[in-house]
Design a protein around this ligand. Structure first.
Ligand SMILES: [Zn+2]
Length: 474
């Protein structure tokens, strides 16, 4: 059977492995693999009569597609944890995830890993993408986060418990944890996600529990990762043999040393924090949340600079899936944040967003680099990301997305769609007291009330109405 060929001609190649950019370089793809890069990559190498697609990349950058190792496809751009866990049916959540996957791919993200989500939607979506039922990035997925009563995801009072639709599953005993690992592996996950304490101030798992989960996952041929924001959890995760670590916001020098020595990658996932801190005010994020994220970000910057100097390998992850980090919007901003908050160079940041993510896709050494033998997930960018990393954030500059050696064709008009949020229970973003309206005891008087108009979407209720109205006029 004849191969199909793709020749990307005369671009500036940024290989994703950290090498300096290489100007006027062509890339030849046969089937789904890169076969030649450089002077040998010409149409002469293609057997006569076999189909060849040519892309002129003169003045453009040719680089591997981005890999986002922390992308939650089941969250559906939720504004609240309740919306994530309670208000969307599994059926609608699955369909939304399938739609959103296209947006992620359109942004030049050709690979994602979902470290936790509700039901086994991630597994189904992964298979549908692989079988080309759905257009989206290649994907690996965890199931529900394994949580204790002291972890992230056990948000609600015990009278409610952790609902069936939750992104987490409660397991307070070693037996419960092992049962859940076995059940998730049976249902097709690629990795197990552990949920440690929300803000990193204590360990939610004992060392033994963590090690038993990691050992069982490995015995069954799967990977394991963890939400770990503090030094103690990162340390415990390294001791337990967790494959890669999410966050690592506050780490001592000793922890960083041990992490670096272990060779285990860190996925800092700065984007969610930075989006809330920098832009949250524009979409009604409460001030205490914005301030908290800003403080966390500053501490993280200190830890990450030290970690980078110590040689810890960093990977692009964004926590995309919340209303403040919608699908296909901000993935590449993480690269800019890794430069600002960890001190990476542009080439190192690109490597964090390409080569280093291959492990999370289960394709280490096979993807994320422009070199002969590698899988051909490639983007052609109008701009020079080595000079200005921010060009990758503007989707209009992601001119061509190539997945498995094929140029992806998008339905751009369909991708522009948003729809109303699921119902929420918010009445306002603050208390409507007498003094707030009429003044007194230092509260702002009537004239000082903030302008809350629907088009600004500053307030949660107005935001909901605004989005419903704009969805109707689509
Ligand atoms: Zn996450």
């Amino acid at each position: 059977m004849p191969s199909s060929w793709l020749l990307i001609e005369n671009g500036t190649v940024v290989d994703g492995a950290g090498s300096p950019a290489s100007a006027s370089t062509s890339v030849l793809v046969e089937g789904n693999r890169i076969v030649r890069v450089g002077p040998e990559a010409t149409a002469d190498a293609v057997p006569r009569g076999e189909p060849l697609t040519r892309i002129d990349a003169t003045g453009k950058t040719v680089m591997p597609g981005l890999i986002d190792a922390h992308c939650h496809m089941t969250y559906g751009e939720s504004r609240t944890e309740e919306e994530i866990d309670l208000y969307t049916s599994p059926e609608l959540r699955t369909l939304k995830a399938a739609f959103h996957a296209q947006k992620v791919l359109r942004a030049g993200v050709t690979g994602i890993s979902q470290p936790g989500g509700s039901y086994f939607i991630g597994v189904g979506l992964r298979e549908a993408i692989k079988d080309r039922i759905v257009q989206g990035p290649r994907m690996t997925s965890a199931g529900r986060y394994i949580s204790t009563s002291n972890s992230l995801t056990d948000w609600y009072p015990d009278s409610v418990g952790v609902p069936e639709g939750s992104i987490g599953i409660l397991a307070n005993t070693v037996d419960g944890m092992k049962d859940e690992v076995r059940r998730q592996v049976k249902n097709g996950v690629d990795l197990i996600k552990l949920a440690d304490s929300p803000y990193g101030d204590y360990q939610a798992f004992t060392d033994d529990e963590m090690k038993i989960v990691a050992d069982l996952a490995h015995q069954l041929g799967k990977k394991v990762t963890i939400h770990a924001r503090g030094s103690a959890e990162v340390d415990a995760a390294v001791r337990a043999g967790i494959d890669w670590i999410m966050h690592g916001n506050v780490m001592s020098d000793e922890t960083i040393e041990r992490l670096a020595r272990s060779g285990r990658p860190l996925v800092p996932t700065l984007l969610l924090l930075a989006n809330v801190a920098d832009y949250g005010a524009r979409v009604g994020a409460p001030a205490p949340l914005r301030d908290g994220m800003k403080r966390m970000l500053d501490k993280t910057g200190d830890s990450l600079h030290r970690a980078h100097e110590a040689g810890v390998r960093m990977v692009l992850g964004t926590d995309t899936g919340f209303s403040v980090a919608p699908y296909g919007e901000w993935h590449a901003r993480e690269l800019e944040l890794l430069m600002d908050y960890a001190g990476l160079s542009a080439l190192e940041a690109i490597q964090a967003g390409t080569q280093h993510g291959a492990l999370m896709l289960g394709l280490d050494g096979e993807i994320g680099v422009i070199a002969p033998g590698m899988i051909a997930d490639i983007i052609v960018v109008d701009g020079d990301p080595v000079k200005d990393i921010r060009v990758l954030q503007d989707k209009r500059r992601i001119e061509t997305v190539i997945q498995d050696g094929r140029v992806v064709v998008f339905d751009e008009a369909a991708l522009a769609r948003h729809w109303p949020h699921e119902r929420g229970q918010a009445y306002s973003v603050t208390d409507l007291t007498y003094d707030l309206v009429h003044g007194g005891s230092g509260a702002p008087g009537n004239g000082d009330l903030p302008e809350l108009d629907a088009s600004d979407a500053r307030d949660l209720v107005a935001d909901l109405q605004h989005r419903e109205a704009s969805a109707r006029t689509d």
